[in-house]
Design a protein around this ligand. Sequence first.
Ligand SMILES: Cc1cc2nc3c(=O)[nH]c(=O)nc-3n(C[C@H](O)[C@H](O)[C@H](O)COP(=O)(O)OP(=O)(O)OC[C@H]3O[C@@H](n4cnc5c(N)ncnc54)[C@H](O)[C@@H]3O)c2cc1C
Ligand code: FES
Length: 357
Amino acid sequence: MAKQFYDLKVSKVLRRTKDAVSVYFEVPSDFKDAFAYKAGQYLTIKLDKQGVAERRAYSISTSPINSAELGVTVKEVQGGKVSPWINNVLKEGTILEVMPPLGNFTFDINSSNENSYVFYAGGSGITPIISLVKTILHTENKSKVLLYYANTDLQSIIFRDELESLAKEYSNFKLVHILNTPDSSLESEMGRIDPEKCRKYLQKDWDNFDIQNSEYFLCGPSGFMSQVEIALDELQIDKKKIHKESFTVEENNSTKSTDSSSNANVTRKVKVHIYGEEHEILVKPDETILMAGIRQSLDPPFSCQIGACATCQAKVIKGNVEMEADDALMEEDKIDGYILTCTAHPITDDVEIDYDY
Ligand SMILES: Cc1cc2nc3c(=O)[nH]c(=O)nc-3n(C[C@H](O)[C@H](O)[C@H](O)COP(=O)(O)OP(=O)(O)OC[C@H]3O[C@@H](n4cnc5c(N)ncnc54)[C@H](O)[C@@H]3O)c2cc1C
Ligand code: FES
């Protein structure tokens, strides 16, 4: 069976703001290949919390240009099971179980590229974005990078010093802070982002900026991302140029009914290909394919369990399934038959899926 988790020692815990810390890992030389990563990807950390194994995804906030560094940055969610522990208890020297990097919020960063990139980060959504920004600036000297970074106030800005140093060092990088509560010590745009402001900023912030042909990267709270998406839609930006990473799934996006008459009260058999083996599992009416696979000891890969990360992705070979949420899948993946097993229910009796695809 493929190894899913590796023991990594925490080499440093660095406080960034009053409710966010960066956690750095020591990667032994035997694990270097497994932990090679692309800017924008995430790690999954597994923790035992009161006898229950919890898994959480955290975007890598370091850049692969410095291969010696691997770290994530975690914002404390009040009342959460994992992020308060990471913020307030986790110490240097602790061994954590970590899954190697995954994720599609990446780009083919290449020294011959001559692109323009626009990044929209809201709060802790800066984590994958700082990795992408640093990697692009270091690698593509002919590209332009524009970053809009929205925060509640001055004190909540993660990586402020590092971003401002990058803005000083690279003339092809423009950083625009957006603060709900402006502060006289920092030049910023004011208030919550909305489509009108988003369009206005974009049209004024850089002369001759190629708005239509830029690549757009969005990561932040769902309300923030949907406002930016409306603006990009109004500007008729090609959807293929819009890349999104969500840390949570909005209630509205995760309530697709699976109570269709084809599914109600029916336990179905599903054939599963995983780790080079074939298994037949029973999926109860109230179970997802992932839950049934875990219950029947297949040890399938997963992280968020809410349809936000795609760690649990598999390909449908036969039959039909219905997903409660599919935001983490790219359009071309959906067309090619990929599903998120953590939100998927079989709706026919002949479903066969492949995790190994
Ligand atoms: C692909 C991916 C990448 C991620 N990268 C990062 C990252 O780089 N940094 C980071 O801090 N987090 C990141 N997250 C979010 C992270 O995985 C956890 O969801 C978060 O730390 C909360 O976990 P918890 O155990 O503390 O809270 P939980 O016990 O899971 O949740 C407690 C309550 O808070 C709500 N909640 C959960 N997550 C959030 C959130 N992000 N904002 C507001 N409310 C929330 C839940 O709905 C629940 O009601 C990422 C998530 C995904 C899917
Ligand atoms: S486990 Fe994250 S999308 Fe399924």
